[in-house]
Design a protein around this ligand. Structure first.
Ligand code: AGP
Length: 588
């Protein structure tokens, strides 16, 4: 994964890099580095940890007019200073930052070692830096083309050459790369949010460029100059400010009501006629992680309200499995970032099978949006914390609205009203979960159970908690406990029970009590307060405010998000930046 930024300007180029790296940190944050260049002088600074540490460590290189920077999510080689980018080739002739994975790296390493090259890091990127240094072509862009012809996998590369004037050489294949220039500055980045206001260029696979101040020249793989048109700037993933909140995650949970209102408003502008014209017989909803949980919820809505054969599929599974997809399949790809590599690959596979493609994304200029026939807006606003919160609620609300719109106009307008009212209900439903969190933070393992949509909420609640508290959490359908997992229930094992559906409430309670009989401690999130006689069964009971049954799941996940946040704090972790993860997972 990783985020890259490059700049060519007259002064303070390190500041542009630091600002840009902060904005692409959502792509990874285990280590970070910068290379500043002034003529043949190169200064590389890198460190494990976050950008502020790099800023403290880095002194400006006087007169530097070029810099490249990188924030890493390790794929090859441990998280260490030496494996942090920029990575230098032989004699620092070329210095490279790279986002992506070089799949034939082992082979390249053997070949390069046979040529006498010595690897100083454990990264696949070093193979690129060494390949670049191997030849002395009359033009550095030829070195770039020659080197990348040897690469298999994905890459966005920014490179500087010691003996060349102040410019950056860049190439892109299957990892995003954007370019910007005006009279004062040229920039390259993994995301156009790093650029000043103004239109930008999106590099396509197999394209390269040379960026100089005031001028960017693009090339194809044959080394021919190509003309590119600029894209309109839509700054939506701006670096939101934490305001008075301690963390983005908390702020984003609290932004749920506003976000839901936006969903209702923006869905009024969706052209559902165009979706109906797609003429589909079955629906696949595809995503990863939290977005996959929205897919599960969406599939349930399609089955329930439209009686259409619908299923949710993990994008990473669709890539390699034999799902039956064809011209009559509507594939809905859900992705907050719009850049998730598994989801993009699954989309490309569905497209090749001639399926109808809709994407539901929070980033209108994202890769997933650009590959789709129709794009639905998640409308959550910038989501910075790694743990997805408000985006999930918006995805679920949006999928409900979609199915109601496909049912009838009357159902759609009723649903719009329901979502708007739900937004108001959520405003008053930020429950204090601190005490519950104290209890949960002491546990080694936690089970979540529910039936139907509550099982999906259980899955999402378990993912949220494990993601930022590092506690082993497991969700399962209530009725499945007795088919194996019950053997893991011991004295005081916590089981969080979610029950928002009156028709199966008693069934869920039966499963919960089966766990209690084996020693479990029960915690209840329910659509109604427990009866007095039931109270003694639970350590904690939370009843949800009134809302239409299909939207109760959005209310049920809110306290679970707050619980996760509180547990993470109690355990002393940074809920915004959990270990080993990144906001946008741009590698397979
Ligand atoms: C959610 O809390 C996770 N960070 C993760 O599961 C995420 O939802 C998943 O990686 C998909 O991301 P996307 O929506 O940007 O495609």
């Amino acid at each position: 994964m990783c985020g890259i930024v490059g700049v060519v300007c007259d002064e303070n180029c390190q500041d542009y890099i630091f600002e840009g790296l902060k904005l692409v940190q959502y792509r990874g944050y285990d280590s970070v580095g910068i290379c500043q260049k002034n003529g043949e002088q190169l200064k590389i600074d890198k460190t494990k940890g976050l950008i502020d540490k790099l800023i403290t460590k880095t002194t400006p290189l006087p007169g530097a007019k070029v810099a490249i920077g990188h924030t890493r999510w390790a794929t090859h080689g441990a998280v260490s200073e030496e494996n942090a980018h920029p990575i230098e080739g032989k004699n620092k002739e070329w210095v490279v930052v790279h986002n992506g994975i070089i799949e034939n790296y082992q082979q390249l390493m053997c070949d390069l070692q046979k040529e006498g090259e010595v690897f100083k890091t454990q990264t696949d990127t070093e193979a690129i830096a060494l390949l670049l240094s191997l030849n002395n072509f009359d033009s550095p862009i030829k070195n770039m083309i020659w080197a990348i012809k040897h690469l298999k996998g994905s890459y966005a590369i920014c490179a500087v050459k010691k003996q060349e004037e102040n410019c950056i050489y860049a190439a892109k294949y299957k990892s995003p790369l954007y370019a910007f220039c005006n009279d004062e500055i040229a920039m390259l980045a993994s995301d156009p949010i790093c650029f000043p206001e103004g239109d930008y260029y999106k590099l396509e696979d197999g394209e390269l460029c040379v960026a100089k101040k005031g001028n960017i020249v693009f090339y194809n793989m044959r080394g021919e100059e190509i003309q590119k048109t600029k894209q309109r700037f839509q700054k939506i993933r701006a670096m939101a400010d934490k305001g008075d909140y301690q963390h983005f995650m908390l702020k984003e949970i609290y932004e749920t009501p506003e976000a839901l209102k936006r969903v209702a408003k923006n869905f009024l502008n969706v052209d559902f006629g165009a979706i109906k014209k797609l003429k589909f017989k079955n629906v696949k909803l595809i995503g990863c992680g939290t977005a996959y949980h929205s897919c599960l919820m969406g599939a349930a809505y399609f089955r329930k309200y439209l009686k259409i054969d619908a299923e949710a599929i993990f994008a990473s599974e669709l890539r390699y499995d034999d799902y039956v997809i064809g011209p009559h399949t509507l594939c809905i790809f859900i992705s907050q970032s719009g850049e998730t590599a598994d989801t993009i690959a699954a989309l490309e596979k569905a497209k090749a099978k001639k399926a109808k493609i809709i994407s539901f994304t929070n980033v209108p200029y994202s890769t997933i949006a650009s590959l789709s026939q129709i794009v639905l807006p998640i409308s959550a606003g910038p989501e910075i914390a790694v743990a997805s919160t408000k985006a999930y609620s918006c995805q679920v609300a949006g999928l409900y609205l979609l199915t109601q719109a496909l049912k009838s106009e009357k159902h759609f307008y009723k649903a719009i009203k329901q979502v708007s009212e739900l937004a108001q209900t959520t405003e008053k439903f930020f429950v204090n979960m601190a005490d519950f969190a104290q209890d949960i933070a002491q546990k080694q393992k936690i089970y979540f159970i529910g039936k139907g949509s509550d099982y999906i909420t259980a899955l999402e609640a378990a993912l949220k908690l494990k993601e930022i508290s590092y506690i082993n959490c497991w969700a399962l359908p209530a009725g499945e406990l007795k088919h194996g997992t019950l053997s893991l229930i011991e004295s005081k094992t916590p089981v969080i029970v979610i029950s928002t559906n009156k028709s199966v409430h008693e069934k869920v309670m039966n499963s919960a009590l089966e766990a209690k009989s084996r020693g479990a401690k029960l915690y209840l999130i329910s659509y109604k307060p427990p009866q007095i006689c039931e109270l003694e069964n639970f350590e904690f009971c939370l009843s949800l405010p009134k809302a239409p049954q299909p939207l109760l799941c959005i209310l049920a996940i809110l306290p679970m998000q707050l619980l996760s946040y509180n547990v993470s704090l109690i355990k002393g972790y940074d809920p915004d930046k959990p270990r080993n993860l990144a906001k946008s997972v741009t590698v397979e």
